[in-house]
Design a protein around this ligand. Structure first.
Ligand SMILES: Cc1cc2nc3c(=O)[nH]c(=O)nc-3n(C[C@H](O)[C@H](O)[C@H](O)COP(=O)(O)OP(=O)(O)OC[C@H]3O[C@@H](n4cnc5c(N)ncnc54)[C@H](O)[C@@H]3O)c2cc1C
Length: 366
């Protein structure tokens, strides 16, 4: 029996734990301190197909990550869990310059050839939008894609950990290499996954590594509304804010992108209010909605905004991923799955060479 430790139970670690727990020769223990976890702060949008980012490796990961949800949902359902954390409710894309909608539509049509999950694509006028999302205004036309989805990050992690039935220890831990294996929290493990998001440096820097991962604070506000918005599409305008409707009268407004705030987890009412003021002209009912809470999480970014995963250089049997940025709910599950595969000497559809950990995690010259 191989003893495996997973440090970090966000979307990456929980997915890795789920797939490793299916292996009969692995005993998996998960450690998580939980403070500032990005996954549980995120009310996520899965809709990577409209991105203009030129990074081809990132786009491949993001589109395959969106597709991977289909397998993940089927697997979790077979494990006897509800899959109520994911709904393909469609997405509305707004442009300040609406003449750019045709261009976006053409790009999406091309991308649909390899990503049929995009679903139906249509440019809708205000009247047609009102049927799908009563009360939304402030535009003449927008682009609708029926395959866009929303994910409740916290619920997804809960389902994955419940389905995997692994031991979860809620504490902050460090990693100590031994002559054979690794010590974490007074236990010895054969193999380790570091899925610690923005905190990767805290584990590897004491071991002599330089880690190119910086924290970015993200805040989101939740509202209670007198409506079941289960079938309402997600609204993605250009700029900082998105509206993410959920079933049972929940609506989330997100999310800020705050650099240079370190690991600060305080709620900034001013910034949330500014975001609400920008969103209100498009959805005036927001002004009457009851605020039910705020969430703050810390995203992880590399200096070139690329995610990475793989074996930590010179630490045999230790695998890590980070840098998922603002698309980690889209790419997290496929990365977690690949880490679980790599740990067993297997490969997947993503080639780790395209997401090289050695570029972001380097042993310091002594
Ligand atoms: C407000 C907000 C909105 C977002 N919206 C979207 C979206 O719409 N679409 C999208 O695709 N993505 C979105 N994201 C991004 C996405 O949530 C993240 O990229 C993703 O969740 C990162 O997952 P992770 O598993 O790498 O890290 P995390 O979820 O941050 O998990 C890392 C875990 O490691 C634990 N940890 C770290 N160090 C230690 C240690 N030493 N000991 C024990 N535990 C440790 C932490 O406590 C944490 O729980 C959003 C993020 C935020 C904050």
């Amino acid at each position: 029996m191989k003893k495996v430790a997973i440090v970090g139970a966000g979307i990456v670690g929980a997915t890795a734990a789920y797939y490793l727990s299916k292996e009969s020769d692995m005993e998996v223990t998960v450690f998580d301190h939980g403070h500032g976890q990005a996954t549980k702060a995120a009310a996520g949008i899965i809709s990577p197909w409209f991105s203009k980012r030129r990074n081809k490796a990132w786009y491949k990961m993001a589109r395959l990550g969106a597709d991977f949800y289909v397998d993940l949902l089927a697997d979790i359902e077979r494990s006897g869990q509800e899959v109520n954390f994911y709904q393909r409710s469609g997405v509305f894309l707004l442009k300040k310059d609406e003449s750019k909608l045709e261009e976006l539509y053409k790009l999406a049509l091309q991308r649909r050839v390899e990503s049929p999950l995009i679903g139906e694509l249509t440019i809708l006028d205000q009247d047609a939008v009102s049927e799908l999302f009563p009360g939304l205004q402030g535009f003449e036309r927008l682009l609708y894609a029926s395959g866009g989805a929303r994910v409740d990050g916290q619920l997804l992690v809960t389902r994955l950990l419940e389905a995997s039935q692994v031991k979860v220890i809620n504490k902050e831990v460090s990693l100590r290499p031994l002559a054979s294996g690794y010590q974490i929290d007074n236990q010895i493990f054969d193999k380790v996954i570091l899925s610690t998001g923005a905190w990767l440096g805290y584990l590897l820097e004491p071991l002599g590594y330089e880690v190119d991962v910086r924290p970015q604070k993200g805040q989101l506000r939740d509202y209670e509304v007198d409506l079941d918005m289960a079938s309402y599409p997600v609204v993605m305008p250009e700029g900082e804010w998105d509206l993410i409707p959920f079933p049972a009268g929940r609506l989330s407004l997100g999310a800020t992108h705050e650099n240079d705030m370190g690991f600060d987890l305080t709620v900034d009412e001013n910034l949330l209010q500014q975001m609400a003021e920008k969103a209100s002209p498009f959805y005036p009912s927001l002004k009457d909605a009851m605020i039910s809470g705020e969430r703050v999480g810390i995203r992880a970014y590399t200096s070139d905004f690329s995610p990475f995963f793989g074996q930590v250089p010179n630490l045999s049997g230790v695998y890590a991923a980070s840098g998922l940025g603002s698309s980690g709910l889209t790419t997290g599950p496929i990365i977690g799955y690949h880490l679980a595969q790599m740990l067993q000497g297997r490969s997947g559809v993503l080639d780790p060479v395209d997401y090289p950990i050695a570029k972001y995690v380097q042993r310091k010259e002594i």
